[in-house]
Design a protein around this ligand. Sequence first.
Ligand code: FAD
Length: 569
Amino acid sequence: MIEHDVVIVGAGLAGMRCALEVCKELDVAVLTKVYPSRSHSGAAQGGIAASLGNSEPDSWEEHMYDTVKGGDFLNDQDAVEEYVKAAPRVIYELEHMGCVFSRTPEGKIAQRSFGGHSKPRACFSADRTGHAILHALHEQLMKNSKSVKIYNEWYMHSLVVDGDRCNGVIVSNIQTGEVEVIRAKAVVFCTGGYGRVFKITSNAFASTADGVMAAFEVGIPLEDPEFVQFHPSGLYRQGILFSEAARGEGGFLLNGKGERFMEAYAPSRMELAPRDIVARAEQSEMDAGRGVNGEDCIHLDLRHLGEARIMERLPQIRQLGIDFIGVDCVKDPLPIQPTAHYSMGGIPVDMNCHVILDSEGTKMNGFFAAGECACVSVHGGNRLGTNSLLDAVVFGERAGKSVLDYARGKDFGNVNEGREKARVLEKFEDIFQRDGSESYNQIRDEMKEIMMTNCGVFRDEERLKDCIETLKGLRERFKKGKVTDKGKLFNTEIYEIMELGNMLGMAVIIATAALRRQESRGGHFRTDFPKRDDEKFLHHSMVYDSPDGLDIKTKPVVITKYQPAERTY
Ligand SMILES: Cc1cc2nc3c(=O)[nH]c(=O)nc-3n(C[C@H](O)[C@H](O)[C@H](O)COP(=O)(O)OP(=O)(O)OC[C@H]3O[C@@H](n4cnc5c(N)ncnc54)[C@H](O)[C@@H]3O)c2cc1C
């Protein structure tokens, strides 16, 4: 059995920032199924929010209000306050760690506009912000390599739980196929989002719900899973992201008639309204037959910005257009459509990243979560752009501090190594022995398709019920699949099947919570209940597993400074 004081699953911004904190005092393992710098955080383009006030006067109060309004008042405001207050400090810390930010002519950290933020607040490194921060953190971890061990290309399968205490994780080495138990005094999940559940998504291949489903499997509820963000500018038919920075720098959105249609939906913020509003506006234009060339597509027009500005501020976006569809945005508009982008919901945690089991805040001892897999909830029903990198860094650090307080001086818990290993070995055997006729690839495609059409930007009762039925059928077919590679070494097929199992489970949870929430709020829009209903639904959803299927309870929203108001832009 492997032993470490603390094990962190995930090496994106949240996991690495957490590890930097924990390694100051304890021995820490960071486990990741992809090489650390390939974590999805590295794909983040546009920026990280903080009220530095470098181009216009700004304050944490304004950042807080924008965040709460953007989240359609479902955010827990005590957590939002701590988080926006911490933002300027964490930006300067990242700068001092070696993160290279773009600059103003006088040498300050430059800040650009972003959707839903009333001030230019996004600190950025051209359009490669996540890459810059991820590499700075990775270098810092390398510097501390004596107390940090990184398990590259290892897969976490399950949690080891004894009563109300978490004692480790069951993992396997993707290269060799060996299953191991890691015993730890505390476990931190930083496993990212689950956008791969949808057909059109900006998310990396690794964003597959393993962490949230491993938590769910041991009885932890999932909070607000119905809130999924669709980003307005995914590459047409592929979903690859063109950052909102393109609109922050002044890009236009045009329908098939060449009109800047946002005038009709958010006249004061136009293209820089929050993402949920822009994505719905695009979908409405397309549904009304006003897409480009009669198709499900909108134009992102950057031509008026000129080549020099595009090359200085948006070089990656230009290259993506050229590489993937042969369109140079200096000369032609880019074809786009809404793309599944961010998971507002996740593993419920308190403000100190301790995983909780219910609305009373009962803790699961030794289990913490941070970053996109966790729901604090600072983003409420809809996250503002640039607030997620901030979430990962602020709460990654906070999780690290909480873990130290918890694990310092603690003994290891009891772990029955044989029994725990057997649980996961059985999962492998079960898949290897199936000799059915179903194709896992086909099942995956059908899941993605139905989630996109029936549980996407617009939802209603009929489509959601149909979606849940279809998913149930797919889960049955999943048990009758056939694996072609039965080897142990680098068997990526078997891992893709495990990920698919997790995504199917997550898809049912998303659709079921969406069916219960009979209102429209943030990223969740019901055409049959188009208004927000604070009387009935101003609460978080808490989805539990039960012998009779999914059981949805509620958790109150923490409201401190800002009372819910109508959300107009
Ligand atoms: C294209 C794109 C652009 C974005 N741009 C921005 C932006 O400009 N600003 C902003 O604020 N936000 C942006 N976001 C959102 C933001 O990047 C993410 O929410 C954030 O980086 C998530 O960080 P994380 O550390 O929680 O998870 P991730 O960076 O997703 O890392 C997850 C980690 O978990 C590991 N993992 C998962 N499952 C397992 C398993 N079973 N076993 C072992 N390891 C596992 C992975 O290997 C990985 O290391 C963007 C997102 C996308 C997709």
